[in-house]
Design a binder for this molecule. Structure first.
Ligand SMILES: [Zn+2]
Length: 442
C-alpha cells in the first residue's frame, strides 16, 4: 500500500515521467565523470546480481534534492546532503561500527526514522571488522577490514533504502598509512565506477602544530576532492578517551578552538575545494564522565561570524560558511546539541552511548533468560529440555540490535533528524520468522 503511494509520488519528484525530456539518472548526477568510466549500472545491487525492489529501486527521495539516492553518497549528492542538513537544521548521527551487526543496526535505525545516517569506522574498529586474529602489520588488517565493511554498507544501504555517508573516524599522524590504503581502494573503485568507495575520511592532526596540521590536510584534500570525497579535519583537542587515544589530562584551553584558527583552516582549504568539514573543539569530550563537561557551542557561531566578515560579499546568505562536526556527543545536554546544530553542525559522533546500548541489550537478555542460558540441556521446564534457541548467538545479538535501534532513535530525535526523506514509516518486515528462525517467549 505504502509503496504504491510512493510509486505514484516518486516519478513526480524525480521528474522522470515518460513525457519529460530525457535526463541523466540521478545516481549518475552525483558522480563526477561517470561518462568517462566503464560504469554500466546505476545500482550496486545490479552489479552484484541481487534483487533491488521497493525502497532499493528508488531513484531519489520525495523530500530531498535529486542527487541524493539510496546507498552510499559521494560527490554532488554528498555535498547536497550536507547543505540540506545545514539549511533544514538537522545533523546526521555518525555511528562507529565494528561488525556487520552494528552496521545493520544503523541502517535499520535510519529507515525507522526516515532519515540519512553516517556510518563510520575507527582504525581499531576497522581492524576488529577484519578480525583480531589477523596480523595488522602496516595496518593491513585495518585497511582490509574497512574495505570489507564498506562493501557490506554498499550492499545493504540500498536494500534498506536510505542514503549513507560512509566515513572513517580519527586518523592521527601515525595512522596515515591506514587512510592512504583506503584512498588507494577508493581511487581504484573510482576508475571503475565513477565514484569513490568511501564518502569521506577524517584526518586528525590536532596533536601536531597547526601549520603542519593544515599542510597535511591540504595534501589530502587535493587527493580526495579529485574523486568527490569530503575531508573532515580536527582543530583543537577532543578530551577524554576513545579507541586507545587518551586526552584525559589535556590543558583546558586546548579544548576550545579560536575563531581566527578556524578561519585560517577555512581560508586555506577552500582554496583547494569546498569538500571539507571542521571538527572544531568547543569543550567536547569523548566518553561519558561523572565530572561536568563545559561545552561552549557559542564558539561555533562566533567562528561563522568571523569567517563571514572575512569573506565579505562572497559570504553565503545564511552567514554560516563552515560545516562543523561534533565529536564527543555522548552524554551532552540536548540544549547544547540543538545550539550546535543552529550554528552549523551537520554531524554528531555517537560511539559511547551505542556501545552501552548494545551491551545493555545483551545484559537484559541474559537477565531475562538466565535459567535457560547456563547449560546446553536442562532448564526450569525440565531437566532434559534443550536450550539451543536461547544460546543461539542470534538471539542475544538481536536483543543488542533492537536496544541500539531504540537508542539511535533518541539520537535521531535529539539531532532533529527524523522524517527527513519523506518515505513514511517502514512496513513490517515479512518472512523473517519460521519454525527454525527464532521466536523466543516474549
Ligand atoms: Zn572523535
Amino acid at each position: 500500500m505504502k509503496l504504491t503511494i510512493l510509486a505514484l509520488m516518486l516519478p513526480m519528484v524525480c521528474n522522470s515521467f515518460s513525457f519529460a525530456p530525457p535526463r541523466q539518472h540521478p545516481r549518475l548526477l552525483s558522480r563526477l565523470h561517470a561518462s568517462e568510466t566503464s560504469l554500466k549500472s546505476e545500482r550496486f545491487a545490479d552489479e552484484l546480481g541481487i534483487p533491488c525492489e521497493d525502497e532499493c529501486s528508488m531513484d531519489c527521495f520525495p523530500n530531498m534534492p535529486e542527487s541524493i539516492h539510496p546507498g552510499v553518497l559521494s560527490g554532488q549528492g554528498l555535498m547536497d546532503l550536507l547543505k540540506d542538513a545545514k539549511d533544514r537544521k538537522y545533523a546526521l548521527p555518525a555511528v562507529n561500527c565494528v561488525t556487520s551487526s552494528s552496521i545493520n543496526t544503523c541502517l535499520e535505525a535510519a529507515r525507522t526514522n526516515d532519515a540519512p545516517i553516517m556510518i563510520q569506522f575507527s582504525s581499531g574498529g576497522s581492524q576488529f571488522y577484519a578480525g583480531k586474529g589477523l596480523d595488522n602489520t602496516n595496518y593491513k588488517a585495518a585497511i582490509a577490514g574497512a574495505v570489507s565493511g564498506a562493501f557490506h554498507v554498499r550492499t545493504l544501504a540500498e536494500q534498506y533504502g536510505v542514503p549513507v555517508i560512509l566515513h572513517t573516524d580519527h586518523c592521527a599522524k601515525k595512522l596515515l598509512p591506514w587512510v592512504d590504503g583506503l584512498l588507494d581502494a577508493s581511487e581504484r573503485y573510482y576508475e571503475k565506477h565513477g565514484e569513490p568507495l568511501f564518502s569521506s575520511h577524517m584526518i586528525d592532526l590536532s596533536e601536531e602544530p597547526i601549520s603542519e596540521n593544515i599542510e597535511i590536510c591540504e595534501h589530502y584534500l587535493r587527493r580526495m576532492s579529485k574523486i568527490g570525497m569530503v575531508l573532515e579535519m580536527e582543530l583543537g583537542v577532543t578530551g577524554g578517551e576513545e579507541d586507545g587515544v587518551n586526552n584525559e589530562d589535556v590543558a583546558k584551553e586546548d579544548l576550545y578552538s579560536k575563531p581566527e584558527e578556524i578561519w585560517e583552516v577555512y581560508e586555506r582549504l577552500s582554496k583547494i575545494s569546498d569538500k571539507f568539514t571542521i571538527a572544531a573543539a568547543f569543550g567536547n569530550v569523548h566518553g561519558v564522565y561523572a565530572g561536568d563537561i563545559d561545552l561552549d557551542p557559542e564558539i561555533l557561531t562566533r567562528a561563522q561570524t568571523y569567517i563571514s566578515d572575512k569573506l565579505g560579499p562572497s559570504a553565503p546568505a545564511d552567514k554560516k560558511p563552515a560545516y562543523f562536526v561534533f565529536h564527543g556527543g555522548s552524554g551532552s545536554d540536548l540544549s547544547d546539541i540543538r545550539k550546535a546544530i543552529d550554528y552549523g553542525v551537520i554531524k554528531m559522533n555517537i560511539d559511547t552511548d551505542t556501545q552501552w546500548s548494545y551491551w545493555e541489550g545483551i545484559k537484559n537478555f541474559e537477565d531475562k533468560f538466565s535459567p535457560y542460558l547456563q547449560t546446553q540441556i536442562g532448564n526450569p521446564d525440565g531437566a532434559d529440555k534443550p536450550n539451543k534457541k536461547y544460546y543461539d548467538p542470534r538471539e542475544c545479538l538481536r536483543a543488542a540490535e533492537v536496544n541500539t535501534v531504540d537508542r539511535l532513535t533518541q539520537a535521531f530525535s535529539d539531532l532533529n533528524c527524523q522524517n527527513i526523506l519523506g518515505l513514511g514509516p517502514p512496513e513490517e518486515p515479512e518472512n523473517t520468522l519460521g519454525p527454525r528462525r527464532g521466536g523466543l517467549p516474549v
